[in-house]
Ligand binder design. Structure first.
Ligand code: VGL
Ligand code: ZN
Length: 197
């Protein structure tokens, strides 16, 4: 990885893992792998950023208020906590999104730090030009984060062995990956990154 890289772990929260209200099949299978990516980025002294879905109780994002999703990731709830198996270092930079009751806000680039700094502003101020994306869900937040990152002129690498999708329709995740690739994302895996890091 170049010096201007960061790891961006998207929404690895209880509600997106099996047993959660929007549980993704195999959503927790990627956690051991993400932990190894965390170690790799830490060894290179590169920032670790974690986004989280962080919804109010009433939002158009939820089925009962006109959206498509069951209630999930309510601010402060157990479902919104990062999965306990995820080994986030103490200096992980946490950014929250989905607080606007009028918006879905799938992209992690719409997330804010606790101090109110938008993620793109933070990345730019730290000189981060290349984001390595893993997490949930391939066909929603990972997809939108990659596409938006490219639009904002970041270099984007999708860690394809460490993403999982919802697949409301069969093939959604596969299609999302093809879209990310066509838009200019690179793909890599832990083995490949270890060989080149
Ligand atoms: C997400 C569906 C609803 C995601 C968030 O993190 O991909 N998916 N809210
Ligand atoms: Zn959500």
């Amino acid at each position: 990885m170049e010096k201007d890289s960061a790891l961006l772990i998207v929404d690895v929260q209880n509600d997106f893992c099996p047993g959660g209200t929007l549980g993704i099949a195999g959503g927790d299978d990627i956690i051991p792998l993400i932990n190894q990516y965390i170690e790799l980025f830490q060894q290179q002294r590169l920032p670790i950023i974690a986004s989280r879905d962080w919804h109010p109780q009433v939002t158009k994002h939820f089925k009962e208020f006109g959206g498509v999703w069951p209630v999930h990731c309510i601010q402060g709830s157990t479902g919104a906590m990062f999965h306990a198996g995820l080994h986030l270092p103490p200096d992980t930079l946490v950014f929250s999104k989905g607080m606007d009751p009028e918006k879905d806000d799938y992209s992690a680039l719409h997330a804010w730090s606790k101090a109110g700094t938008p993620l793109p502003t933070f990345l730019t101020s730290e000189g981060i030009k290349h984001i390595y994306i893993c997490g949930l869900a391939t066909d929603y937040c990972v997809r939108q984060t990659a596409l938006e990152g490219l639009r904002q002129q970041f270099a984007v690498t999708v860690l394809v062995d460490a993403v999982r999708g919802v697949d409301l329709e069969p093939g959604d995740s596969e299609h999302a990956l093809a879209e990310m690739l066509a838009a200019g994302s690179r793909f890599t895996t832990l083995d490949e990154l270890r060989r080149t890091a």
